[in-house]
Design a binder for this molecule. Structure first.
Ligand code: UD1
Length: 480
């Protein structure tokens, strides 16, 4: 636990406080809720990234459940988000509610005159929404501004109770709400910007505990109003932004919101997405203009797709690099490179360490592992190419297998440029087929083939004379 330092580190008078001490029992996980991954990053990482947009002077994170794990993660996530100094950590030993957590944190940010409180389980906030909240608080000289929004299903959220003139009166938690209040669809996002002094005063006098003995931060609002202080609500433009994630259902919904945002960005940059509902892209993925993503396409990790490509339908790419003008259909590719103008699929599996092309094609039911297929190589049917180096223009016939594993070690197959490998050939590695050589169909090649040679390594066909001639209708052998 870092010792709280006093005074803001910078000229800005704003502190950000992130509440991350809760357990999150509804996740049914050994991990604390704020560390559950969303689009590959813990929920808390998303909140820290949004907070960075405020450029606060000080940031405090309240930890409690699995404090050491949350603190460790928060340190590295803050660094990833671009914070130069690590957050200050405040320990809340028992989960006595959001009010108790915030009150503790306020003590560690005493050099600031204003604070923004964020919950570690509200991950979809946009930095511009937070900046707007802070601007409204300053310009309107409000004691507190909170973020609200309308959710079609408000269950689980605090509801915003307004008077006839539309003024916010209070927030009522679901557990405390009457039937009428539960019908309210405007909810509390759990994001507040307030002046420190009056809120500190309220915490000094102590807010009453409710429900299971928790102090609700939301009760600060009513207490400020009772002191005739100005309280305002700002409505989030995008209701998806204010989603709180407290179960795996919420995680899935949040994933789909983030995915939709990324697809929208891609479409606005000139990528066609045939079916956004079945297309998934990770945050680091890039796709070039005029590329078309067909339905059921999944682009993971650091996948990069060039311009004028077609990817999908039914393709999954994991950290694959696809250059311009390629075509990848119904295939799985991982940690590999496909160079300009190449065609993959349908039903191909290109595994790590492979480089294919330019203008090569890997087709139906062909698997390629740690192999280099040079310009114009064709391996279109039912092959396995592992640890192979295949030169330019090589034709790999249907059913060619590189036998690369002797049970202990992997060995290399080299096929030099222009060679023709007939169908159903086994190349028993280590082995080299020279340039422009031809290997007859059905051969099992165990020795190097010199350049330009014809290799046939199969038993000769025997045609055996029958003692009894075939009947007139030619069907005698069936009866025999
Ligand atoms: C809270 C709000 C609710 C709002 C919703 C938005 C209160 C009382 N209620 O409800 O009005 O609509 O968020 O998502 O604030 N935490 C602590 N210490 C605690 C309790 C919670 O640090 O003692 C942290 C949790 O780790 C979590 C956040 O505060 O990151 C929210 O806590 P949670 O219990 O999930 O609040 P909600 O019931 O969702």
């Amino acid at each position: 636990m870092g010792r709280p330092r006093s005074g803001p580190a910078r000229g800005n008078d704003l502190a950000v406080i992130i509440l991350a001490a809760g357990e999150g029992t509804r996740m049914k996980s050994d991990r604390p809720k704020v560390l559950m991954p969303l689009a590959g990053t813990p929920l808390l990482g998303h909140v820290l990234a949004a907070a960075k947009g405020l450029d606060p002077a000080v940031m405090a994170v309240v930890v409690g459940h699995q404090a050491a794990a949350v603190e460790g993660a928060a340190r590295s996530l803050a660094q990833e988000a671009g914070f130069r100094a690590p957050p200050r950590f405040v320990l809340q030993e028992r989960p006595l509610g959001t009010g108790d957590a915030a009150a503790r944190a306020l003590k560690s940010v005493d050099g600031c005159s204003r604070a923004v409180v964020l919950y570690g389980d509200v991950p979809l906030l946009k930095p511009e929404t937070l900046r707007n909240l802070v601007t409204v608080q300053r310009e309107e000289k409000a004691a507190l501004v909170l973020l609200t929004g309308y959710r079609p299903d408000p269950r689980g959220y605090g509801r915003i109770v307004r008077d006839a003139k539309g003024e916010v009166l209070r927030i009522v938690e679901e557990s405390e709400a009457s039937g009428k209040e539960r019908a309210i669809r405007e909810i509390n996002a759990g994001v507040y910007c307030f002046e420190m002094a009056p809120v500190r005063e309220i915490f000094k006098k102590k807010l009453g505990a409710k429900g299971k003995g928790e102090i609700f931060l939301t009760d600060v609002l009513e207490a400020l109003r009772a002191r005739r202080r100005r309280v305002l609500a700002v409505e989030a433009a995008d209701p998806a932004e204010i989603m709180g994630v407290d179960s795996r259902l919420g995680l899935a919904r949040a994933e789909s919101v983030l995915n939709a945002r990324r697809l929208e960005r891609l479409m606005l940059s000139g990528v066609s997405v045939a079916d956004p509902a079945s297309t998934f892209v990770d945050p680091a993925v890039t796709v070039g203009r005029e590329t078309r993503l067909e339905p059921s396409t999944i682009l993971r990790g650091a996948t990069r797709v060039g311009e004028r490509c077609v990817v999908g339908p039914f393709s999954a790419l994991e950290s694959a690099e696809i250059e311009d003008d390629c075509w990848v259909v119904s295939s799985r590719l991982s940690s590999c490179r496909v160079l300009k103008g190449s065609r993959i699929g349908p039903f191909s599996h290109v595994r790590p360490g492979s480089v294919i092309g330019p203008e090569a094609s890997v087709g139906n039911f062909t698997e390629v592992k740690a192999s280099r297929l040079a310009q114009g190589v064709k391996a279109n049917h039912l092959s396995y190419l592992g640890d192979a180096e295949v030169g330019a223009g090589v034709n790999v016939g249907a059913g060619v297998i590189t036998c690369n594993f002797d049970g202990k070690r992997k060995h290399k197959t080299v096929i030099e440029e222009g060679a023709f490998i007939g169908s159903n050939v086994n190349l028993v590695a280590p082995v080299r087929v020279g340039a422009w050589a031809l290997v007859g169909a059905g051969s099992t090649v165990t020795k190097d083939v010199p350049p330009g040679a014809v290799a046939i390594a199969r038993s000769r066909q025997k045609n055996i004379e029958r003692r009894r001639p075939l009947g007139e209708n030619g069907a005698d052998h069936v009866r025999a």
